[in-house]
Each structure stands twice: as structure tokens, then as C-alpha cells.
Design a protein around this ligand. Structure first.
Ligand code: GDP
Ligand code: GDP
Length: 455
């Protein structure tokens, strides 16, 4: 009776295997120079901003983890400013729209030393119809005397203004209390209810063809977002209907805004890629099949694998691949990639001609099924008994480690915990992973095996 055994081991499993928590997001919005970055740094308890001070660089949607009164959450510093006044108003409105779609709480920051500006009014107008809670913060209120200035912000028609000084820490505790009290129990991003679009990150180094693929997919099928009448904003994500289902491609705004890539800020691009991978359930990792695999490709692959997401590898520009290149590519895959990923589906596509693009969806679906798959404890343990009987783990210090019990602690990705009387070396863990995959199939998903030694 494996249920009884499982109950015995339940305490030893510990809470580290609770389904990966998706933290709620607090978006900080407001005009340039009101002190958003200063406030973000105050909240996350750091001094310097991870922001490149280069004009024209969009530093939108960079997230940091915050903690207050034992509650963890993500803080999102938004940006993306255009220089002229008209552009500025547009980007403020966009920023607010994005926050309304993705954040769980929005903090609108104003500048107490300046008072209400037309920019503040633009955002407030958008935010007044927000279903997401909005907290109004009036920054640069450096002294008690200045508090009166904050009262003017009642005029925005939002809730009570919180007077604070992000630079000096004045009033930020009260703001944090309010933020934490307003956070929902469940983050929007954690929403995986039946019928919710699955989240896809399309990643790869510049020029591999990500935008081309997105355009192809959106062009041939229907882009849901583009069809919503009156949508003038540039949403960060795109809802795309493929194979009869709606998928959410995350952070496609970054793909569309090619201008910023031209700056070649690799550090920034890498942060953005990381963010997209973390926000996604499945990663389409794109490589240029016509060019040698590079370090940068391998870094993105590791990022996806380490994050524990389902992965489909798309070798793009297949129209440029001839016999010779194909031969070289096979060698490169063997040499460079087999250590990192053996389990991902590979599709050879051409975003330009549309070749084999339709193979992506079945690969994504299989991979996600694997990512979600759970093996019942009874089935797992009888399988394990057979495997161990045929090939026992190697001796350690003259003794044979006994694996007494195994359980799948989590899905997404499937994570197994083995309770053993002694250390199980990495080689045997890899062997077990191979066997697990042979028997149960986990195509397209990482599988993790943890060992708990228990005498
Ligand atoms: P952002 O563009 O909204 O992210 O604004 P920053 O955080 O970069 O801040 C803009 C300017 O306002 C910087 O010079 C900050 O030092 C200053 N600043 C930020 N918070 C405060 C504050 O509480 N009081 C005062 N006096 N200045 C502040
Ligand atoms: P991104 O930077 O990853 O978004 O790449 P783009 O989609 O902008 O593509 C970079 C260049 O590769 C463009 O000139 C595209 O026309 C070209 N390209 C994209 N996909 C293909 C393909 O399948 N075949 C060929 N021959 N060129 C492609």
C-alpha cells in the first residue's frame, strides 16, 4: 500500500517541493523622474539600479524580488520613454495598460515637488478604469512640512495619496504595508486554469528569425489581440491562435521594438530573455541553422533548461541549409548541445517560406503534456523495483545503497524524490532518468531527480 508509505515519507519531503510559487507582481508606473527607480531600490533594499543610463534604451519591465512582513512579491520597474511630449503621453498610457494587464497591484508615483501634471492626469485617467488595484504614491515629500503638497493629488480621482520620500525612506514602510495588504492571494501569472492560454517564450539571439516567425504565425492564423476593436496600445504579450487553441506569446513587445536591439546591449537582452523564460511555461528556442552554433545560443539553451521549462528547439532558416551544412550541424549538435539537452523536440523550419512551421504546435503540445505529467506513486515504485533489480546502484563503501521509496514531488517540471539508505551517484541518477523517460516518456520536458539519504 504505497499511500501508507507515502504518508510516512511526507514529512521528510519538506516544503521545498511545494508547487513552484508564482509571486504576485507590483508594477511601479509614473512619469520620468518622479523617482520610480529610487522607489524600486528602496523596496528591494538595494541602492543601485540595474539600469543602463543610455538615452533611448527602453528599460521596461525589469522585475526584482521584494519582501515585506514575510510576504514575497515581484516589483516591476517600468519605463520606455519617448522624448517628445506626444510620445511621452503615449508611452505613459501604454505603460499603464500593460500594468493593468499583467500586474497584481499598480503603484502610480507622482512628484510632490512638481504637483499634478498633464502626464499624471493621462495615466490616472487610464488607471481609473483599472480592475487591478491602484495605489497612489506622492514622492519627494522629504519633510513633514511638505505633506500638504501631497494632498493636491486627491485631485487625480484615485484613492488616498501616500506621501513619501523614496530617497530618504520616509513613509515607504506605510506604502509597503498598503502594498502587501492589497496583494491578492494568487498571482495573475499563476493562473493556469483550464482554458487559460499557455504561455510561450520565443527566444534566441538576435537575427535568428524570431520576429519573422511571429509575423508568420500571426499572419497565417489569427492574432486575437489585433482583432480586438479599439486596441491601440502595444501589448507586451500576443495572443495567437494556433492549431485551434489560443497561446500567449510573452513579451512580444520586445520583439517588435527592434530599434532597441540595434543598440546591442547584450546584458539587457539577456535580462529580458530570462524574464520571458521565467514568465513562460514553454520555450521555443530558436537557432539559425545556416550558421554555426555559438556560445550565445548555448547560454540561452542552458537558461531555459535551468529554469525547468518545457523546450522546443526550432532550427530556423532551413531553406539556407544544404547537404554540407546539414552534416556540420549534426556534428555541432552532437558536440555542443547533447550535454545540455537531449530531450527537447527539434523542428527544422523556415520562418520565411513557412516550411514545417506547422510542426511547432504538436511539438509544443507534447512537451507541455510531459511537463504536466504525474506518475502515480504505486506505478512509480513498482517500476523502480524492477529497474533496481535488473541494474542495482553501484556500491558505496562496500555497501549497496537501498532505494526504499520514490515519489513524484511536483510536476512542471516533473520532479522525483528518491529516499535512499546511502548516496546515489550522479551516473546512476542519469541512468534512472533515462529509464524513466524510456518507460513513461517525458519528451520535451526536463525531469529532475533528487535523492534524500535516510539511514
Ligand atoms: P524615475 O525616472 O521615475 O525612475 O526617477 P529616478 O528614480 O531616476 O529619480 C529621479 C530623480 O529624483 C533622481 O535625481 C532622484 O535622486 C530624485 N529623487 C528620487 N526620490 C526622491 C525623493 O524622495 N526626494 C527627493 N528630493 N528626490 C528624489
Ligand atoms: P530576430 O532578430 O530573431 O527577430 O530575427 P528577424 O526575424 O528579424 O530575422 C533576421 C533576418 O533573418 C531577417 O533578414 C529575416 O528576413 C531573415 N530570416 C528570418 N527567417 C528566415 C528564414 O527562415 N530563412 C531565411 N533565409 N531568412 C530568414
Amino acid at each position: 500500500d504505497w499511500d501508507a508509505v507515502a504518508a510516512e515519507y511526507a514529512d521528510d519531503l519538506g516544503d521545498e517541493f511545494d508547487e513552484a510559487e508564482v509571486l504576485p507582481t507590483v508594477a511601479i508606473v509614473g512619469r520620468p523622474n518622479v523617482g520610480k527607480s529610487t522607489l524600486v531600490n528602496r523596496i528591494i533594499g538595494r541602492r543601485e539600479a540595474v539600469v543602463e543610463d543610455v538615452p533611448g534604451v527602453t528599460r521596461d519591465r525589469i522585475s526584482y524580488e521584494g519582501l515585506w512582513n514575510g510576504r514575497r512579491f515581484m516589483v516591476q520597474d517600468t519605463g520606455g520613454w519617448e522624448q517628445d511630449a506626444k510620445g511621452l503621453h503615449r508611452s505613459i498610457a501604454q505603460q499603464a495598460e500593460i500594468a493593468m494587464n499583467t500586474a497584481d497591484v499598480i503603484v502610480l508615483v507622482g512628484d510632490g515637488t512638481v504637483g499634478i501634471t498633464s502626464g499624471d492626469e493621462t495615466v490616472a485617467k487610464t488607471l481609473r478604469r483599472s480592475a487591478t488595484p491602484v495605489i497612489l504614491a506622492v514622492n519627494k515629500v522629504d519633510s513633514e512640512k511638505a505633506e500638504l503638497e501631497a494632498a493636491e493629488f486627491w485631485g487625480l480621482g484615485l484613492d488616498e495619496p501616500f506621501a513619501l520620500s523614496a530617497a530618504h525612506g520616509r513613509g515607504t514602510g506605510d506604502l509597503l504595508d498598503k502594498i502587501v495588504a492589497t496583494l491578492p492571494d494568487r498571482a495573475k501569472a499563476a493562473d493556469t486554469a483550464e482554458g487559460t492560454p499557455r504561455r510561450v517564450a520565443l527566444v534566441g539571439k538576435p537575427n535568428v528569425g524570431k520576429s519573422s516567425l511571429l509575423n508568420k504565425l500571426v499572419g497565417e492564423e489569427r492574432s486575437v489581440v489585433d482583432n480586438v476593436a479599439g486596441t491601440t496600445v502595444d501589448p507586451v504579450d500576443s495572443l495567437v491562435e494556433l492549431g485551434g487553441k489560443v497561446w500567449r506569446f510573452v513579451d512580444t513587445a520586445g520583439l517588435r521594438r527592434k530599434v532597441n536591439q540595434a543598440f546591442g546591449h547584450e546584458y539587457y537582452a539577456s535580462l529580458r530573455t530570462k524574464g520571458a523564460i521565467e514568465a513562460a511555461e514553454i520555450v521555443i528556442l530558436m537557432l539559425d541553422a545556416s550558421e554555426p552554433v555559438t556560445e550565445q545560443d548555448l547560454r540561452v539553451i542552458s537558461m531555459a533548461a535551468d529554469a525547468g521549462r518545457a523546450v522546443v528547439i526550432a532550427f530556423n532558416k532551413w531553406d539556407l541549409v544544404d547537404e554540407d551544412r546539414r552534416y556540420m550541424l549534426d556534428k555541432e549538435i552532437d558536440r555542443e548541445m547533447s550535454k545540455i539537452l537531449t530531450w527537447a523536440h527539434r523542428v527544422n523550419i523556415s520562418a520565411q517560406t513557412g516550411r514545417a512551421v506547422q510542426k511547432l504546435v504538436p511539438a509544443m503540445e507534447t512537451s507541455l503534456d510531459s511537463w504536466d505529467k504525474r506518475i502515480p506513486t504505486g506505478v512509480l515504485n513498482s517500476w523502480l523495483k524492477d529497474v533496481i533489480a535488473a541494474t542495482p546502484p553501484p556500491m558505496r563503501g562496500g555497501r549497496l545503497p537501498r532505494i526504499r521509496f520514490a515519489t513524484q514531488a511536483t510536476t512542471r517540471p516533473p520532479t522525483f524524490v528518491l529516499f535512499s539508505s546511502g548516496f546515489i551517484e550522479a551516473g546512476y541518477r542519469r541512468f534512472l532518468e533515462r529509464k524513466l523517460r524510456e518507460t513513461f516518456g517525458f519528451d520535451g520536458s526536463p525531469v529532475r531527480i533528487n535523492v534524500r539519504v535516510k539511514e
